[in-house]
Structures are given as structure tokens and as C-alpha cells.
Write a protein that binds this ligand. Structure first.
Ligand SMILES: *Cc1c(COP(=O)(O)O)cnc(C)c1O
Length: 347
């Protein structure tokens, strides 16, 4: 008989209290609006099945994913709240699935509006493009009969650069306000994480934070409100004593300047710990900092244990992964740092 559960040598530690605290902080910062949650891409890599019930329990009632498959996987975890699919109905089958499941389609074009109406319609959201030129109905199209026929719950738009000081924010806000006057809808929504900090003009009835829920800090003034949520942790597979002059890892990019005690951990670029961390990243355990030595390989990384004689095979170490700092060190965005975390993590 095989044992039922194999212990992974890799896990993503999720601080549920920090996640809920971040949602509450963003909900408060949203003023009169309620905060929803973007949980696409498996809740930015953290595990949507774990994240959604925690946020629903905290009071979050509006969830956003990108794909229909993502919504289908959440049907049981999210009920009785609203799950919306940002890509919208791409086919009659999508529209039929939405009507049967109660998942809310986000209508992004006249073609999608016609498709939804032809399928029988019902409650939907409408994405209006105020400048991102990615998805959405244009302001000029709002008078179209197909749009007028929709039963719109949330009329939403998406900011181009809410983390920056740019005139685009005010311009998009003005266009979104114009759209609010042109199309019948129950609720209006504009702000993603960064947009929530832009003030009451950006709040409407519903905000849609994503990255900030998971510990990302899109704007400096939000740093004090938000806590780190996700911490990659890996087990030490093997410990070596390396003599001065020996090299470590592929392509011998690190040469030991003196005798060192090093550990090989079960985390590599296949897990989303990308090669940009080679020679730059660090881990910690028991208050000791443990720098990455040489190249990150596919399934393994070598770290310096010289300062941590108490650590040995089977012990766990935690990556330095506070998102603003990790982004600065790695050159990856805070979004990439989370969404690239792979399937081998126990979540
Ligand atoms: C991803 C997404 C969000 C969340 O954005 P963050 O920058 O992560 O807060 C909100 N709205 C839409 C339409 C999105 O695609």
C-alpha cells in the first residue's frame, strides 16, 4: 500500500491572518466602496481554493478570475458570493455555462454583448475601456443596442498605471465617470490595488484589489497597511563541507573563498525560483541569513550554511521574499514573484 500523502520537500507558507488583515485594510481604505478580490492565476499563485474561503469568511463578496476553468474550480469554495470571469464569454458554450452555473460574465465587446443577449442574457458585468486598449467596450459603443439590452451589475474599468503618478489616472477616472452617466448599471468599479490609494474619486461602489491582498505594495504609502502573506520554504536535502577554491553549481560561477559549509535545498527555477536569484537571493532560518551560492538549478539551489551549524539535512529554510524588496533584488515584478511559484509547492 502506498501512503496516502507524500510530504513535499517544498511548501508555500501562507499567513492567513495577514491575508485577511490585508483584505480588511483594503476594504477600509476603499471608503464607502466594498473591496472584492482578484483571485485569477490561482490567487496569484497562492492557491485560490485556500484563499477564496478565507476572504469570503472575512466578508468579501466579489471574486474575479480570468478564465472559465478557474471559475468552475471555485464554484464550491466561493458560494454564495459572486465569481466573475474577466475574459468574458468567448463562445456560446461559455455563455451557456455562465447561465447554468451563475458565474458572472464580464462583457468586453459588442460581440460578447450580442452573444450574451442571444444566449438569454441575465446579470453580467461590463468592462469599459478608458485607456488601456486591452479588453473592453469603448465609450463610443456604450449607446449600442446590444449594450443597452444588458442587465449590468458592475460597470468596471481598469487603470493603466495606478502605481505611478501619471495624468492617465485622472483621465481614466474622468472617462469612467462619463461612462457611469451613459449606461444603466447597479455598481461601478475602477480601482485595482494601487487605485484604492488614489482616493475616493476612484472608489465607486466596488474595488478590485489583487496584488496587495497577497502582500504586494503597489504604492509606497500603502506599505504600513500591508503584511507579507506568502513565504516559499524548502527542505535541506544534503549538507557539504567545501574547501577553499572549490566551485559550486552549474558553470562554476561561485568559487569558495575559504572553507564553507553549504546546503542543497529542494527549490529551483522549475518552481519559480528563477535564475535571476543566482548569487543574489537569500534564505533564513533561526534568525540567520543564508545567501544563495552560484547558479539556481532546475530543482535545487545551494545556500551558505557556514553561519548556521545548527541546520542539517531535513531542516527547513525560508526564502527572503518580502515582495517590494524581493522585486528590487531580483528584477522581477511583485506579480511575477508570486504567479511564477510552481505546482510542486505544498500549499
Ligand atoms: C488583475 C486585475 C485586478 C487586480 O489588479 P492588482 O493590480 O493585482 O490589484 C483588478 N481588475 C482587473 C480587471 C484585473 O485584471
Amino acid at each position: 500500500m502506498l501512503p496516502e500523502v507524500l510530504e513535499p520537500a517544498l511548501r508555500l507558507d501562507i499567513d492567513s491572518d495577514a491575508l485577511v488583515s490585508n483584505w480588511r485594510a483594503l476594504d477600509r481604505l476603499s471608503g464607502a466602496a466594498r473591496a472584492g478580490a482578484a483571485v485569477k492565476a490561482n490567487a496569484y499563485g497562492l492557491g485560490a481554493k485556500q484563499v477564496v474561503p478565507l476572504l469570503r469568511e472575512a466578508g468579501c463578496a466579489d471574486f474575479f478570475v480570468a478564465h472559465w476553468g478557474e471559475a468552475a474550480e471555485l464554484l464550491n469554495s466561493a458560494e454564495p458570493t459572486s465569481i466573475a470571469v474577466l475574459h468574458g464569454p468567448l463562445s456560446d458554450a461559455d455563455a451557456a455555462f455562465a447561465r447554468a452555473s451563475g458565474i458572472v460574465p464580464v462583457i468586453n465587446s459588442l460581440a460578447q454583448a450580442q452573444r450574451w443577449n442571444a444566449a438569454g442574457g441575465g446579470r453580467c458585468h461590463l468592462m469599459v475601456d478608458t485607456g488601456i486598449n486591452r479588453l473592453g467596450v469603448s465609450l463610443a459603443e456604450l449607446g449600442d443596442d446590444a449594450v443597452r439590452a444588458l442587465d449590468i451589475d458592475v460597470m468596471l474599468s481598469h487603470l493603466v498605471a495606478s502605481e505611478e503618478e501619471t495624468d492617465l489616472n485622472a483621465l481614466q477616472c474622468a472617462r469612467w465617470n462619463a461612462a457611469r452617466g451613459e449606461v444603466r448599471h447597479a455598481r461601478a468599479s475602477l480601482a485595482n490595488s494601487g487605485g484604492i490609494a488614489l482616493g475616493a474619486d476612484f472608489h465607486g461602489d466596488l474595488t478590485r484589489p489583487g496584488i496587495a491582498l497577497y502582500g504586494g505594495v503597489p504604492r509606497g504609502e500603502m506599505a504600513a497597511l500591508l503584511r507579507q502573506v506568502a513565504r516559499p520554504q524548502a527542505a535541506i536535502l544534503q549538507v557539504h563541507d567545501v574547501a577553499a577554491g572549490e566551485t559550486i553549481g552549474y558553470n562554476a560561477t561561485f568559487t569558495a573563498p575559504h572553507a564553507m559549509r553549504v546546503g542543497t535545498i529542494a527549490l529551483g527555477y522549475a518552481d519559480g525560483y528563477l535564475r535571476c536569484w543566482s548569487g543574489k537571493g537569500a534564505f533564513h532560518a533561526n534568525g540567520k541569513r543564508l545567501p544563495v551560492l552560484g547558479r539556481v538549478s532546475m530543482d535545487m539551489t545551494v545556500i551558505d550554511l557556514s553561519s548556521a551549524s545548527d541546520l542539517g539535512e531535513g531542516d527547513w529554510v525560508t526564502a527572503d521574499y518580502a515582495l517590494p524588496e524581493a522585486a528590487a533584488v531580483s528584477g522581477l515584478s511583485q506579480y511575477e514573484l508570486l504567479t511564477s511559484l510552481g505546482r510542486r509547492f505544498g500549499r
